[in-house]
Design a protein around this ligand. Sequence first.
Ligand code: SF4
Length: 419
Amino acid sequence: MPFVYFQTFGCQMNVADSDELKRKLEARGFEETSCIADADLIIVNTCTVRQNAENKALARIKEFSKLKKPQCLLWVTGCMAQRMGDTLKDAIPGVSLVIGAKEIDNLDSIINEHLIHSSFYNQEHHSHSSVSDYITVMRGCNNYCAYCIVPYVRGDEHSIPVSTILDTIRARIDDGVKEITLLGQNVNSYNDNGTDFADLIVKVSALDGLKRLRFTTSHPKDCSDKLIRTIAETPQCCSHFHLPVQAGTDRILSIMNRRYTAKDYLNRIDTIRRYIPHADITTDILVGFPTETDAEFNDTLSLVKQVRYTTAFMFAYSVREGTAASRMTDDIPKQEKLDRLNRLIEAQTEITKEIYDSMIGSTIEVMINGRQDKREKFWMGQDNGCKRILVTGEHFNNGDIIRCSVKRSSGMTLVCDTQ
Ligand code: SF4
């Protein structure tokens, strides 16, 4: 049996693409390995969203090209592969195939073309065992936010047909999956011949055996009342919205090309809170965007304190070649960006702690997703929102949903007992 080793960098879309590739390779007789020395095929799924991400991926690919068995294939996939193309093969001679992010829809023919004549190929089927899975429902992005490389490397938005999505999820449920996360760069703009994202949620939720449904990422300008209402009315939908705000002031939002104002954004938050008062809302924030003043940064800080996100991904701006922002002067000194980032992280960490602490004594439903490696008396899980949970208990099955009492909080994790 041939072995494949995966290294995945970047976002959940990349994780989903790696999972897709894994399933297709498993169906052709491959088994995943965690040992490079055993691998017959190494796949590095790359990210290009920041220069740092590319540097890390390039360093790993170079390392793999030296460590791998001589006959082992080395494939590079994803966004950096799209951006660099076959120049990667020139830069790192051990690379045998480059599959760009835009080619992900053609994986079957690419795999067949490159593996069908090798001794690796067969048709044996292996099923997927995890209880949670990601399903990509749309790819690409038309938004061209000024700082973002994604539209250039992932291409224009296109939605995967409803029937394909439903068939794929049915197959995953048959394999034991209980929780699905619908993925896309901007899932809210999903449209398959008039079926929008809210309609898709209703259709997916109707599938027998699905216990939980999640989705990411949402663009605030496309997060409609209809979608929020649908999520509120659909019991399988988890109460978590990841709604990237990026900045809290209109001038910066405008030059970022986000196409909403701070007031529009806060209006979306009010609507979510009206329909789903207990929802976890999380976000992405970029500080130190070109020309951002300290007063504008303070507006972002005020918005964060007003919304009270459960958690946030917070970054200091850095130039990404090829984006609209790369033509602006990166005029905020590095130390100033880091100071703003630290002030933001400090404020958000305090809010996160307060939200987690406020849950002590409450009853929550937790989906179990495995035993904790380090302390075996704990099982790991997730509540109906985005919070990570540790539960004490003798035995659970992955995918069980259990009622728990929250005993204490460690700031980023809730520790619970079963009821
Ligand atoms: S919505 Fe903006 S930030 Fe998100 S992928 Fe598209 S261009 Fe990038």
